[in-house]
Ligand binder design. Sequence first.
Ligand code: SIN
Ligand code: MN
Length: 266
Amino acid sequence: MELTAEQLRQFAEEGYLFLPDCFSEEEVAVLREEAERIYATNRPEVWREKTGAPRTAFAAHTYNEAFRLLGAHPRLIRPVEQVFGEKLYMHQFKINAKAAFEGDVWQWHQDYGTWARDDGMPEPRAMNIAVFMDEVMPINGPLMLIPKSHVYGVLEAGHDKETTSYPLWTLDKETVTRLVAQGGIVAPTGKPGSVLMFHGNLVHGSAPNITPYPRRIVYLTLCAVSNYIRKPTRPEWIAHRDFTPIEPVADSALRDYARARKAAAE
Ligand code: SIN
Ligand code: MN
Protein backbone atom coordinates (compact mmCIF):
# COMPACT_ATOMS: atom_id res chain seq x y z
CA MET A 1 0.00 0.00 0.00
CA GLU A 2 1.53 3.29 -1.07
CA LEU A 3 0.23 6.73 -0.12
CA THR A 4 -0.55 9.07 -3.00
CA ALA A 5 0.95 12.57 -3.28
CA GLU A 6 -2.47 13.95 -2.30
CA GLN A 7 -2.59 11.75 0.82
CA LEU A 8 0.94 12.83 1.81
CA ARG A 9 -0.04 16.49 1.35
CA GLN A 10 -3.19 15.98 3.42
CA PHE A 11 -1.19 14.30 6.20
CA ALA A 12 1.35 17.14 6.28
CA GLU A 13 -1.39 19.78 6.38
CA GLU A 14 -3.99 18.19 8.69
CA GLY A 15 -1.74 15.94 10.78
CA TYR A 16 -3.74 12.76 10.17
CA LEU A 17 -4.96 10.40 7.48
CA PHE A 18 -7.94 8.04 7.57
CA LEU A 19 -7.70 4.87 5.47
CA PRO A 20 -10.94 2.82 5.44
CA ASP A 21 -11.08 -0.88 4.45
CA CYS A 22 -7.44 -1.75 5.14
CA PHE A 23 -8.10 -5.10 6.83
CA SER A 24 -10.83 -7.65 6.06
CA GLU A 25 -13.39 -8.90 8.57
CA GLU A 26 -11.58 -12.27 8.56
CA GLU A 27 -8.32 -10.56 9.61
CA VAL A 28 -9.94 -8.34 12.23
CA ALA A 29 -12.02 -11.14 13.77
CA VAL A 30 -8.91 -13.06 14.81
CA LEU A 31 -7.48 -9.90 16.41
CA ARG A 32 -10.68 -9.34 18.40
CA GLU A 33 -10.63 -12.93 19.62
CA GLU A 34 -6.98 -12.69 20.70
CA ALA A 35 -7.54 -9.29 22.35
CA GLU A 36 -10.26 -10.78 24.56
CA ARG A 37 -7.96 -13.64 25.58
CA ILE A 38 -5.28 -11.12 26.51
CA TYR A 39 -7.68 -8.89 28.48
CA ALA A 40 -8.72 -11.96 30.48
CA THR A 41 -5.15 -12.54 31.71
CA ASN A 42 -3.45 -11.07 34.76
CA ARG A 43 -0.29 -9.91 33.04
CA PRO A 44 1.31 -6.67 34.29
CA GLU A 45 1.03 -5.36 30.72
CA VAL A 46 -2.79 -5.34 31.00
CA TRP A 47 -4.01 -2.14 32.65
CA ARG A 48 -7.54 -1.77 33.92
CA GLU A 49 -10.02 1.04 34.47
CA LYS A 50 -10.83 1.91 38.06
CA THR A 51 -13.87 -0.40 37.66
CA GLY A 52 -11.67 -3.35 36.68
CA ALA A 53 -12.68 -3.31 33.00
CA PRO A 54 -9.69 -3.60 30.65
CA ARG A 55 -8.27 -0.25 29.50
CA THR A 56 -5.12 -1.09 27.58
CA ALA A 57 -2.85 -4.05 26.95
CA PHE A 58 0.77 -3.24 26.14
CA ALA A 59 3.31 -5.10 24.01
CA ALA A 60 1.04 -7.91 22.74
CA HIS A 61 3.14 -8.06 19.55
CA THR A 62 5.95 -9.53 21.68
CA TYR A 63 4.00 -12.55 22.94
CA ASN A 64 0.95 -13.08 20.70
CA GLU A 65 1.27 -14.37 17.13
CA ALA A 66 -1.71 -12.52 15.61
CA PHE A 67 -0.51 -9.19 17.02
CA ARG A 68 3.09 -9.98 16.03
CA LEU A 69 1.88 -10.28 12.44
CA LEU A 70 -0.11 -7.05 12.74
CA GLY A 71 2.94 -5.25 14.17
CA ALA A 72 4.94 -6.12 11.06
CA HIS A 73 2.13 -5.78 8.56
CA PRO A 74 3.12 -4.13 5.28
CA ARG A 75 -0.20 -2.24 5.08
CA LEU A 76 0.88 -0.39 8.26
CA ILE A 77 4.67 -0.38 7.94
CA ARG A 78 5.03 0.75 4.32
CA PRO A 79 3.02 4.01 4.51
CA VAL A 80 4.92 5.10 7.65
CA GLU A 81 8.29 4.20 6.08
CA GLN A 82 7.19 6.33 3.16
CA VAL A 83 6.51 9.35 5.42
CA PHE A 84 9.80 9.09 7.37
CA GLY A 85 11.97 7.82 4.51
CA GLU A 86 13.68 5.18 6.63
CA LYS A 87 13.17 1.87 8.44
CA LEU A 88 11.06 1.71 11.61
CA TYR A 89 11.09 0.02 14.99
CA MET A 90 8.18 -0.45 17.41
CA HIS A 91 8.30 2.18 20.15
CA GLN A 92 4.96 1.19 21.74
CA PHE A 93 2.13 -1.24 21.00
CA LYS A 94 -1.22 -1.09 22.77
CA ILE A 95 -4.68 -2.57 22.45
CA ASN A 96 -7.10 -0.01 23.87
CA ALA A 97 -10.42 -1.44 24.93
CA LYS A 98 -12.73 1.54 25.60
CA ALA A 99 -15.01 -1.12 27.05
CA ALA A 100 -18.80 -1.03 26.72
CA PHE A 101 -20.32 1.05 29.55
CA GLU A 102 -16.96 1.34 31.36
CA GLY A 103 -14.37 2.72 28.94
CA ASP A 104 -13.01 5.89 30.54
CA VAL A 105 -11.79 9.25 29.21
CA TRP A 106 -8.39 9.93 27.58
CA GLN A 107 -7.78 13.61 28.33
CA TRP A 108 -6.51 15.94 25.59
CA HIS A 109 -2.82 15.30 24.97
CA GLN A 110 0.00 14.97 22.46
CA ASP A 111 1.80 11.63 22.39
CA TYR A 112 5.18 13.10 21.48
CA GLY A 113 4.98 15.19 24.66
CA THR A 114 5.20 11.91 26.61
CA TRP A 115 7.74 10.27 24.30
CA ALA A 116 10.03 13.31 24.67
CA ARG A 117 9.59 13.89 28.43
CA ASP A 118 9.42 10.27 29.65
CA ASP A 119 11.36 8.33 27.02
CA GLY A 120 13.96 10.81 25.70
CA MET A 121 12.83 10.58 22.07
CA PRO A 122 14.82 13.22 20.13
CA GLU A 123 12.30 14.24 17.43
CA PRO A 124 8.59 13.71 16.67
CA ARG A 125 9.60 11.14 14.05
CA ALA A 126 7.28 8.43 15.39
CA MET A 127 3.76 7.80 14.13
CA ASN A 128 0.66 6.42 15.72
CA ILE A 129 -1.20 4.11 13.41
CA ALA A 130 -4.55 2.86 14.72
CA VAL A 131 -6.44 -0.22 13.52
CA PHE A 132 -10.15 -0.28 14.39
CA MET A 133 -11.22 -3.71 15.68
CA ASP A 134 -14.83 -2.63 16.29
CA GLU A 135 -16.99 -0.18 14.42
CA VAL A 136 -16.01 3.24 15.74
CA MET A 137 -19.12 5.39 15.95
CA PRO A 138 -19.84 8.95 17.07
CA ILE A 139 -21.41 7.46 20.22
CA ASN A 140 -18.88 4.92 21.54
CA GLY A 141 -15.97 7.15 22.51
CA PRO A 142 -14.27 7.69 19.15
CA LEU A 143 -10.79 9.16 19.07
CA MET A 144 -11.14 12.95 18.63
CA LEU A 145 -8.40 14.88 16.85
CA ILE A 146 -7.70 18.60 16.52
CA PRO A 147 -6.63 18.99 12.88
CA LYS A 148 -3.52 21.11 12.24
CA SER A 149 -2.55 21.09 15.95
CA HIS A 150 0.68 19.20 15.13
CA VAL A 151 2.47 22.29 13.83
CA TYR A 152 3.06 23.94 17.22
CA GLY A 153 5.69 21.55 18.61
CA VAL A 154 5.47 20.25 22.18
CA LEU A 155 2.90 22.27 24.13
CA GLU A 156 3.03 22.89 27.86
CA ALA A 157 1.31 20.09 29.76
CA GLY A 158 0.56 18.90 33.28
CA HIS A 159 1.13 15.32 34.47
CA ASP A 160 -2.34 13.90 35.25
CA LYS A 161 -1.92 10.85 37.50
CA GLU A 162 -5.40 11.04 39.04
CA THR A 163 -8.18 11.07 36.46
CA THR A 164 -7.74 7.56 35.08
CA SER A 165 -5.51 4.58 35.76
CA TYR A 166 -3.17 5.81 33.02
CA PRO A 167 -0.79 8.73 33.83
CA LEU A 168 -0.76 11.23 30.97
CA TRP A 169 0.75 14.64 30.14
CA THR A 170 -2.47 16.58 29.44
CA LEU A 171 -3.21 20.03 28.02
CA ASP A 172 -5.17 22.76 29.79
CA LYS A 173 -8.57 24.07 28.69
CA GLU A 174 -7.21 27.38 27.35
CA THR A 175 -4.73 25.64 25.05
CA VAL A 176 -7.36 23.21 23.75
CA THR A 177 -9.85 26.06 23.19
CA ARG A 178 -7.27 28.06 21.21
CA LEU A 179 -6.29 25.07 19.04
CA VAL A 180 -9.92 24.08 18.40
CA ALA A 181 -10.76 27.66 17.32
CA GLN A 182 -8.16 27.18 14.57
CA GLY A 183 -8.59 23.55 13.54
CA GLY A 184 -11.96 22.35 14.87
CA ILE A 185 -12.41 18.75 16.06
CA VAL A 186 -12.83 15.62 13.96
CA ALA A 187 -13.72 12.11 15.10
CA PRO A 188 -13.03 9.66 12.26
CA THR A 189 -15.56 6.83 12.37
CA GLY A 190 -15.81 3.63 10.38
CA LYS A 191 -15.93 -0.11 10.09
CA PRO A 192 -13.58 -2.60 11.73
CA GLY A 193 -10.44 -2.82 9.61
CA SER A 194 -10.22 0.95 9.08
CA VAL A 195 -6.86 2.57 9.80
CA LEU A 196 -6.06 6.02 11.14
CA MET A 197 -2.55 7.44 11.22
CA PHE A 198 -1.70 10.63 13.05
CA HIS A 199 1.32 12.82 13.78
CA GLY A 200 3.04 12.48 17.17
CA ASN A 201 2.27 16.13 17.97
CA LEU A 202 -1.41 16.03 16.94
CA VAL A 203 -3.62 16.84 19.93
CA HIS A 204 -6.17 14.11 20.62
CA GLY A 205 -8.37 12.55 23.30
CA SER A 206 -11.59 10.57 23.72
CA ALA A 207 -14.72 10.68 25.87
CA PRO A 208 -15.96 7.80 28.05
CA ASN A 209 -18.01 5.05 26.43
CA ILE A 210 -21.40 4.66 28.13
CA THR A 211 -22.90 2.60 25.28
CA PRO A 212 -23.19 -1.21 25.05
CA TYR A 213 -20.80 -1.06 22.05
CA PRO A 214 -17.10 -1.71 22.78
CA ARG A 215 -14.58 0.39 20.84
CA ARG A 216 -11.40 -1.67 20.64
CA ILE A 217 -8.50 -0.08 18.74
CA VAL A 218 -4.90 -1.32 18.33
CA TYR A 219 -2.27 1.43 18.27
CA LEU A 220 1.18 0.85 16.82
CA THR A 221 3.71 3.58 17.52
CA LEU A 222 6.29 3.24 14.78
CA CYS A 223 9.49 5.20 15.29
CA ALA A 224 12.16 6.02 12.68
CA VAL A 225 15.16 3.85 13.62
CA SER A 226 17.56 6.85 13.77
CA ASN A 227 15.17 8.49 16.28
CA TYR A 228 15.51 5.73 18.92
CA ILE A 229 14.83 6.77 22.51
CA ARG A 230 17.83 8.06 24.49
CA LYS A 231 16.59 8.30 28.10
CA PRO A 232 13.89 5.73 28.89
CA THR A 233 12.22 5.95 32.30
CA ARG A 234 9.20 3.71 31.72
CA PRO A 235 9.18 -0.13 31.70
CA GLU A 236 10.50 -1.89 28.60
CA TRP A 237 7.02 -3.09 27.69
CA ILE A 238 5.69 0.49 27.55
CA ALA A 239 8.66 2.12 25.77
CA HIS A 240 10.58 -0.57 23.91
CA ARG A 241 14.39 -0.78 23.82
CA ASP A 242 14.56 -3.17 20.86
CA PHE A 243 15.48 -0.83 18.01
CA THR A 244 15.77 -3.59 15.38
CA PRO A 245 14.28 -2.43 12.06
CA ILE A 246 10.95 -4.13 11.36
CA GLU A 247 10.97 -6.46 8.36
CA PRO A 248 7.41 -6.56 7.02
CA VAL A 249 5.70 -9.94 6.76
CA ALA A 250 3.80 -11.02 3.63
CA ASP A 251 0.61 -9.11 2.91
CA SER A 252 -1.36 -12.37 3.31
CA ALA A 253 0.25 -13.36 6.65
CA LEU A 254 -2.56 -12.33 8.98
CA ARG A 255 -5.24 -13.78 6.70
CA ASP A 256 -3.31 -17.07 6.43
CA TYR A 257 -2.93 -17.19 10.22
CA ALA A 258 -6.69 -16.62 10.69
CA ARG A 259 -7.47 -19.45 8.22
CA ALA A 260 -4.99 -21.86 9.80
CA ARG A 261 -6.47 -21.20 13.23
CA LYS A 262 -9.98 -21.78 11.97
CA ALA A 263 -8.99 -25.00 10.20
CA ALA A 264 -7.26 -26.28 13.34
CA ALA A 265 -10.39 -25.59 15.41
CA GLU A 266 -12.67 -27.53 13.02
C1 SIN B 1 -4.36 7.38 23.21
O1 SIN B 1 -4.42 8.56 23.06
O2 SIN B 1 -3.24 6.85 23.31
C2 SIN B 1 -5.57 6.51 23.23
C3 SIN B 1 -6.85 7.20 23.12
C4 SIN B 1 -7.99 6.28 22.86
O3 SIN B 1 -7.78 5.08 22.60
O4 SIN B 1 -9.12 6.74 22.88
MN1 MN C 1 -2.38 9.33 22.73
